[in-house]
Design a protein around this ligand. Structure first.
Ligand code: GLC
Length: 684
């Protein structure tokens, strides 16, 4: 392992006892104060048995660090870590929402701002970004993803890695932290959208749809990876040598730390893959798993396994080298303490709060707007629904450290903007219903079989419709919902996800027209829950769905998604013209050039996201019917027209380990239903 810290690492390693080496592989959780009493903690610290702790409180972290450096012989600082998924005290839109901005740069900025707050709270390692490709909205963790498309997700994962870590992965400074590519791999493809369930993927799907975002994160410099709970084709990821050592380390050149997910090492036994805890430890070490999160199997069994020759001290030394390298990279070896004054200067800064607003307004997606119901200007509003004034449920899941009181609700924001809110429904011109899901109806262990709007909310909306006033449904949720049963009662539908601290401001500004909605879905919305999993880049099949009876469809649902990947309405009118495919043939090293003219012929300034897709006419094995190969954001003032040239590298349409030669149909437009503009020939 060649790095600038080699000499220091080898010197430290040579001075460590085997117990101290094993201690570095042990991660304790935030429950350290409920599970262990102080004397137990002191004992573990004295023996150097704690390598990292999931805890985020500067005072407590410093207290533990002081004890550790006073009591332990090796004097190796504890690495404090935690889940900073979409902000800490200031909560940003959930990653799935933010991906609907199609602005990776925005994700870079919000991750950087989250690191500024997280490091002020003593955290130097976040378990983010999630790189899982998702396809099933029944799975509660779609909220942490960047959607169903590999190209877009790859761009967002790379941006978040750089936002968290900064530009030098070997010098992650005091306002940045180690990132963690998770959950390696395929967690978003769990069968039935049921959390922790089994995953079966073909080599083609793994290589060309699932793995690219993880690879993008590694290429962006991520210094840690977390293994997934699930198995892949019968082998649990946490003890999967092919995945961790062969692919991640040897093929991709990853030199960082691999950490298990919470207790997932022990779960290799529950999977019925490992025969017992000792087998799990041997399998984990042989797969080059470095840190055991919370199962305590490493700290319990490694020493005996080395003594009886089942494991080698060299294997343990390599693990400890990688852990020490991580601690040098995040600079805690020389700066083990948190400056406790930073929580007064680096939390909820004006820049961070403004960024939170920017992310909100760019993440919101307008799904329906009949008769120009929106924006609401100079009209009397009857505001109702469970989330009109609910601060907490604006956040979404993974927001435990938030300062809820600072969150702005829809009601507060409309009031401060002098919107005319009336208390008698008969006096209003338009009804705004704020519904959706709570924080607990998404995230981990929150799979749902029914992803419609909650029944009681649907009933309330149907009752409201009897007043014959236009209804605008504002949906606060962490996953796509199946809206077929309610959409017809609403003139407007604004999908606002879980937007966090500035949610109310962002939603209000879009509702009253201060800001034109521009978000585009990065995950397909089904008509009904039963259509899941549903995603745009599906395989055509031999009987593509159409009106004929004997084709691939459901007899009790319309064909395809209700709202497709890439879809999002606007208040203004964007006209596409002169779409020209300027390239007819390419090889692997070439680019595809497409010119497009877009004109804003409406009344609102906006930002259009031009999308380009390909469809390989024939392939062995079959490829998806459409795949995103490029996108371009174009700011357009009122009346402004722009002609842009998309420059798309050939690698964006190529598959790994396959013959890519052949003809590709090219599509360009404003969502994944866009039309064909021509065909190119790829030659080897
Ligand atoms: C959880 C999640 C993982 C998280 C970890 C630590 O079970 O699967 O994403 O980072 O445990 O909280």
């Amino acid at each position: 392992m060649n790095n600038r810290y080699n000499e220091k690492i080898e010197k430290l390693l040579s001075s460590m006892t085997i117990d101290e080496k094993i201690g570095q592989t042990n991660m304790l959780g935030g429950s350290i104060y409920t599970e262990l009493d102080t004397s137990q903690i002191d004992g573990m610290l004295r023996d150097g048995l704690v390598g990292s702790i999931m805890y985020m409180c500067p005072q407590t972290n410093n207290k533990l660090q002081r004890k550790n450096l006073q009591l332990s012989k090796s004097k190796i600082p504890i690495l404090f870590c935690g889940d900073i998924i979409h902000g800490v005290r200031t909560i940003f839109p959930i990653p799935l929402a933010e991906s609907c901005s199609w602005l990776p740069q925005l994700a870079y900025e919000t991750s950087k701002a989250a690191a500024l707050e997280g490091t002020a709270l003593g955290c130097k390692w976040t378990f983010a970004p999630m790189a899982d490709i998702v396809c099933d909205a029944r799975w509660g963790r779609v909220m942490e993803s960047s959607g169903e498309d590999k190209l877009l997700a790859s761009d967002f994962v790379a941006a978040r890695v750089k936002g968290f870590q900064g530009t030098d992965r070997n010098n992650i400074d005091s306002t940045h932290m180690a990132s963690c590519i998770k959950h390696f791999t395929g967690y978003g493809s769990s069968e039935g959208g049921r959390d922790y369930n089994s995953v079966t993927l073909s080599k083609q799907q793994l290589d060309n749809r699932i793995l690219p975002p993880y690879k993008s994160g590694i290429d962006a410099g991520a210094v840690t990876v977390m293994t997934a709970f699930n198995d892949i084709n019968g082998t649990p990821c946490t003890v999967n040598n092919i995945l961790l050592d062969e692919t991640l380390r040897k093929s991709w050149g990853f030199d960082g730390v691999i950490v298990s997910d919470y207790n997932s090492l022990k779960e290799a036994v529950i999977h019925k893959y490992c025969s017992d805890d000792v087998d799990a430890v041997i399998s984990g070490i042989n797969a080059t798993l470095d840190i055991d999160m919370m199962s305590k199997l490493y700290i319990t069994h490694i020493k005996q396994l080395i003594d009886n020759g089942k494991l080698s001290i060299n294997q343990l030394d390599d693990i400890v080298r990688r852990i020490l390298l991580l601690k040098y990279r995040v600079e805690i070896m020389d700066n083990p303490y948190t400056d406790e004054t930073l929580q007064n200067t680096n939390i909820a800064t004006p820049q961070t709060l403004e960024l939170a607003y920017e992310s909100c307004v760019n993440s919101i997606v307008l799904l329906k707007n009949d008769n120009r119901t929106l924006p609401i200007v100079n009209k009397k509003i009857y505001l109702t629904g469970p989330f009109t004034d609910d601060k907490r449920n604006l956040n979404g899941n993974w927001s435990y450290y938030n300062n809820v009181e600072q969150n702005i609700t829809v009601k507060q924001a409309l009031s401060t903007r002098n919107a005319e809110l009336v208390s008698n429904i008969n006096d209003c011109d338009v009804i705004i219903y704020c519904g959706g899901h709570t924080n607990e109806q998404c995230g981990e262990a929150a799979s749902m079989v029914n992803i419609e709007l909650p029944h009681i909310q649907q009933q309330e909306i149907i009752e409201l419709s009897k007043y014959n006033k236009p209804i605008v449904l504002v949906i606060n949720a962490g996953r796509p919902l199946a809206l077929a049963s309610i959409a017809d009662y609403c003139s407007g539908i604004l999908f606002t996800w879980h937007l966090g601290t500035r949610a109310g401001d962002g939603i209000a500004d879009i509702l009253i027209g201060n800001y034109c909605p521009r978000g585009k879905l990065t995950m397909s919305f089904p008509h009904y829950s039963g259509q899941c999993p549903i995603y745009y880049s599906e395989i055509t099949t031999g009987r593509p769905a159409n009106a004929d009876k004997y084709t691939s469809k459901y007899i009790d649902s319309p064909i395809g998604p209700m709202y497709p990947f890439g879809y999002g309405l606007s208040y203004t009118k964007i006209e596409y013209s002169n779409i020209t495919l300027k390239t007819n043939s390419i090889t692997a090293k070439d680019n595809i050039y497409i010119s497009v003219t877009v004109k804003n012929s409406g009344k609102y300034a906006t930002r259009e996201i031009i999308q380009a897709y390909c469809s390989k006419q024939f392939n062995k094995p079959i490829r998806p019917k459409k795949e995103l190969i490029g996108y371009e954001s174009v700011e357009l003032q009122i009346g402004e027209s722009k002609t842009i040239t998309m420059e798309i590298p050939a690698c964006n349409l190529m598959y790994k380990h396959q013959d890519n030669s052949g003809k590709y149909d090219i599509y360009v437009g404003k969502d994944s239903n866009c039309g064909i503009i021509g065909t190119i020939t790829f030659s080897n």
